[in-house]
Design a protein around this ligand. Structure first.
Ligand code: C2E
Ligand code: MG
Ligand code: MG
Ligand code: MG
Length: 281
């Protein structure tokens, strides 16, 4: 009868919930040891200047080499890291590693290299270990402000408070560029451009992909580029995979491109080799 079915559903429900909870707890426990066990590494995805094809920018993207599960992508652990606060230590690690790498590359292979770092809301709201520490670290380690760029998302600005804009303003005043990531996927993006200091705007890959199929998206893409130009903001198109997307964006006056068509995110050695090759030619 109805009672029995209800009971079965209940059992089924609790089991899957228990499995999910267990999986999550294991992930959190593993994440806690990942830094000490040296399981994280950074890949660098080149950002191409669409006006002269030069590469003086790249985005740092974290990777987790899990001892038993293999490679775990950031989408599978960054959200959990954010919920648990582990993101603070992870991002500090990313920041330090990027500063070290970019300083060396600027000295040896590419004096104007700039590496962008993804940041999380917690960084701007945690009163104890706030992002202001990064500015101090940059001063101590003599990392030029032009060497790094901070990527922020609209979700960060959505629950924006005064402390976030104050911190962003501090960074900008120190000479660190700010980019608005995944532009076009959130809400009321345009008002953020007015309220927050932004040097770069990254058009989300979903936009770039639909551009060749949905003519409205193409129009919107072009409008975003024109608007950004008038506001003095540089545009980066994310997720360029085809020659067609590349040529359309180039003809629209888009400044930079990032995507598999040019290069996948590269491990340290491979990115180093690419900079060497560029320097030689
Ligand atoms: P994102 O910042 O928007 O990064 C771009 C993502 O698009 C990367 O995924 C990149 O590998 C992928 N991508 C690049 N070119 C193409 C393309 O042509 N086609 C397609 N389909 N995808 C492309 P990834 O590395 O898996 O990172 C996912 C997200 O995880 C990032 O999105 C970012 O929000 C977050 N993330 C990555 N590294 C970090 C980090 O160090 N700290 C924080 N807080 N978040 C990070
Ligand atoms: Mg990003
Ligand atoms: Mg993005
Ligand atoms: Mg993102």
């Amino acid at each position: 009868g109805a009672k029995a079915i209800g009971k079965n559903n209940y059992h089924y429900y609790t089991k899957s919930m228990r499995d999910a909870a267990l999986k999550r707890m294991t992930l959190i426990a593993d994440l806690r040891h990942a830094i000490d066990n040296d399981e994280f590494y950074i890949v660098y995805q080149p950002i191409i200047n669409l006006h002269d094809q030069s590469i003086t920018k790249a985005e740092a993207l974290i990777r987790w080499r899990h001892p038993t599960r293999g490679l775990v992508g950031p989408d599978d652990f960054i959200p959990v890291a954010e919920e648990t606060g582990l993101i603070i230590d992870i991002s500090d690690w990313v920041f330090e590693r990027v500063c070290r790498d970019v300083c060396l590359w600027r000295k040896t292979l590419c004096p104007t290299l700039q590496i962008s770092i993804n940041t999380s809301p917690t960084h701007y709201t945690d009163p104890e270990r706030c992002i202001t520490l990064w500015l101090e670290k940059m001063l101590i380690n003599r990392t030029p402000p032009q060497a790094v760029l901070l990527e922020i998302t609209e979700s960060l600005l959505m629950d924006a408070n005064k402390s976030i804009s104050t911190k962003l303003f501090q960074f900008r005043q120190a000479g660190v560029d700010i980019a608005l990531d995944d532009f076009g996927t959130g809400y009321s993006s345009i008002s953020y451009l007015k309220r927050y200091p932004t040097d770069f705007l990254k058009i989300d890959k979903s936009f770039v992909h639909s551009m060749t199929e949905v003519s409205n998206d193409k129009v919107l893409c072009e409008a975003i580029i024109v608007m950004a130009k008038k506001l003095g903001i540089k545009v980066v198109a994310e997720g360029i995979e085809t020659q067609e997307q590349y040529h359309i964006l180039q003809s629209m006056g888009c400044d930079y491109g990032q995507g598999y068509l040019f290069a996948k995110p590269l491990e340290h050695q491979a990115f180093n080799a690419l900079l060497e090759q560029q320097k030689a030619t």
